[in-house]
Design a protein around this ligand. Structure first.
Ligand code: GDP
Ligand code: IMO
Ligand code: MG
Length: 434
């Protein structure tokens, strides 16, 4: 049998593009769904049968009992958050541990990493990143510094000794920041309480099978199994290609699937890029098409643009084609998936940024100078379709003006839009070319 390829689904903007919803819709086509980077900074929303579910660490294939879900080596894990997620799923009647596997090489987010995240953000003052404070930056820092602890280390005899050693190193750093842990909480709990729950979670998660993830996935591909890699965050939050330093601490792009799961570049198949019909961003950093008027509020209210992980309001703005072209290029996107156009059903006019302008220079991609205060956007006006698209279940039921807008985007970014999502529910998904 021919070795199968790994398909990838990831976000092309600043996260929250609707990745979780689409992965859930795609899951019946795949044997394995695997997260390859990020951690509980992610919040992936799934809706079906009138219920809403938000996943942070667990892949979005978990509601399909036959599908295997893998948390890959590139993901970082907070044991307490993972336990909370599992408990919620069990309360809803799911059996999340049955087909969930964690790579032994995934790194652990310690409670002290979370305190460090808070200390670093506090020290940045007005230039803070707006981190979700889930310990992402400090945990990836320790991974690269070769200090980190991994899921596989938990079963080693000296785990607690290594845990205490790393924690004590973190406390020394916190002292240099004059950061008093007694004055701060982690998700509303004092450090000691959180730590106790984190340590108790070790027993709770012992039901989950830990694996050599890279071997498992490659063996599965050889055996003819299909794999979908689920991205977290978005391309514009990538540590290399995003609006640095206002980014997350992992590579969020398609290349990260190779290192985050242990598959070779020639094992990559399709790359599905999800984008919203407008843009949103949580936290600080440049956002060229950001709106500050009533339209921003309309997008926020109609699109329920409040963070799935932190509840913070999401900044809103028009679709940014230079940024989209850039993301398609970096990821090698083969198929686009557009979400949330239905949020603009009532709009008379819809704007789209076609170019950036810096000191009279026109650019059609995202440059290093995206932080430049002189960066301006060139906007083009499109007629709104002024009718609800949420009940459409076939391309032919979509208004002509809407389809003209879809074809305009395809041409402008030179990539086909294969799926159109017209609402948050699983069923509100139109497969055009798949
Ligand atoms: P993710 O992080 O990329 O998985 O996205 P989030 O779950 O953080 O945010 C996307 C939000 O939009 C969620 O509340 C989804 O239920 C919702 N959503 C997804 N697709 C659509 C769509 O096509 N239309 C509307 N109105 N909502 C959508
Ligand atoms: P999903 O997977 C949107 C943002 C944070 C902050 C920056 C750094 O749901 O799309 P971090 O906690 O990583 O140190 O935060 O990145 N951020 C996200 N924004 N969606 C996400 O994930 C995000 N994960 C991180 O708001 O600006
Ligand atoms: Mg999200």
């Amino acid at each position: 049998m021919n070795k199968m390829k790994v398909d990838i689904l990831l976000g092309l903007q600043w996260g929250d593009e609707g990745k979780g919803k689409i992965v859930d819709v795609f899951t019946p086509k795949y044997d394995i769904i695997a997260r390859f980077q990020g951690g509980p900074n992610a919040g992936h929303t799934l809706e079906f049968n009138g219920q809403k579910h938000i996943l942070h660490t667990i892949p979005s294939g978990i509601f399909h009992p036959e599908t295997i879900n893998i948390i890959g080596n590139g993901v970082i894990i907070d044991l307490k958050i993972l336990q909370d997620e599992l408990e919620k799923l069990k309360d809803k009647g799911a059996e999340p541990c049955k087909n969930l596997f964690i790579s032994k090489k995934s790194h652990l987010i310690l409670p002290s990493h979370r305190m460090l995240d808070a200390a670093y953000e506090k020290s940045k003052g007005d230039s803070k990143i707006g981190s979700t404070l889930k310990g992402i930056g400090p945990t990836y820092t320790d991974k690269i510094a070769r200090l980190g602890l991994r899921i596989g280390d938990i079963s080693m005899a000296n785990f607690m000794e290594r845990y205490e050693k790393l924690k004590s190193l973190h406390f020394d750093i916190l002292k240099t920041y004059s950061f008093d842990i007694n004055q701060h909480t982690i998700d509303g709990l004092k450090f000691d309480e959180y730590e106790q729950k984190w340590l108790n979670a070790i027993d709770y998660i012992s039901d989950i099978k830990t694996i050599d993830g890279e071997q498992f996935i490659n063996d599965s591909l050889k055996a003819g199994k299909t794999v979908l890699a689920e991205g977290a965050q978005g391309t514009l939050l990538d540590v290399d290609f995003g609006s640095y330093p206002f980014v997350t601490s992992s590579n969020t792009v398609s290349a990260a699937v190779c290192t985050g799961l242990g598959v070779a570049p020639n094992s990559i198949g399709k790359v599905f890029g999800v984008f919203k019909a407008y843009c949103t961003r949580v936290g600080s950093g440049p956002f060229p098409t950001e709106l500050f008027d009533n339209t921003a509020e309309e997008l926020r209210v109609k699109g329920h643009e409040y963070g799935a992980t932190t509840g913070r309001i999401r900044r809103c703005g028009w679709l940014d084609l230079p940024a989209l072209r850039y993301s398609i290029m970096i990821n090698g996107v083969t198929d686009l998936i557009i979400t949330k156009a239905d949020v603009m059903d009532d709009f008379d006019e819809i704007m789209v940024a076609t170019h950036y302008k810096i000191n009279d220079n026109m650019l059609d991609y995202m440059p290093f100078e995206v932080l430049d205060k002189n960066l301006d956007v060139v906007l083009e006006v499109h007629k709104g379709w002024k009718q609800s698209i949420t009940d459409a279940n076939d391309e032919n039921q979509l208004p002509d003006t809407f389809m003209e807008y879809i074809e305009y985007i395809e041409k402008a970014v030179d990539c086909q839009i294969s799926v159109i999502s017209v609402g948050p529910d699983r069923k509100q998904t139109i497969m055009r070319r798949l």
